[in-house]
Design a protein around this ligand. Sequence first.
Ligand SMILES: [Zn+2]
Length: 137
Amino acid sequence: MLGWPPMKCPCGSEKNYSECCGIYHSGKETAPTAEALMRSRYAAFAKNQMQYLRDTTDPQSLGDIDDEANQEWAERAKFLKLEIVNAEEKANKGIVEFKAFYSVDDEDYVHHEVSTFRKQAGEWFFKSGKVKEEKKK
Ligand SMILES: [Zn+2]
């Protein structure tokens, strides 16, 4: 083994990036489920694909997104792992609870969020997120 294989998808699927979230980032296909979209958005942060994050955000929510803060975070953070805690879909609504593990300046952090997704014309969009406080260890 030669350490971390560079082309594995950052979302943790164990698939190659080009066969996983890369398909969605390139625009070849759209994410089929809210969970798949969540994973691809995490991978987009890891790959600093800010345009993809904008493209998959509900246009009505775009005004609430701080692009610069997101970009700064994506550039400074090292994305370690994504854990999907729970994912459910009901008709055009999806809810995904996840933990994103990352580090900044060698300090480890967990971003725990419940995200809401909406399906419009067959495509999933990120609508809003609610951050959950992590208990101190
Ligand atoms: Zn992936």
